[in-house]
Design a protein around this ligand. Sequence first.
Ligand SMILES: [Zn+2]
Length: 86
Amino acid sequence: MDVLGLGGGAAATPDPVDELICSAKGCRAGATWGLLWNNPRLHTPQRRKVWLACDDHREHLEQFLSARGFWKRTVPAGELDQQGPA
Ligand SMILES: [Zn+2]
């Protein structure tokens, strides 16, 4: 399947299904954290959006979300399966 149209070489590209990649712009590091957030203007209160973060970007992304009042909590990436990301 080539749903995203990303075919055509780049054999080094990791499988996006199995790899959790940091959500920070331009970062391709593996994510070790999941930031759970909610924008009350767009989402119902129960809804949780998830950003993935590597160790280097976790704090930066938390601050970005906190500054907007969106940040809820951060969990280890390994626990995201149990969180059932929206
Ligand atoms: Zn990163």
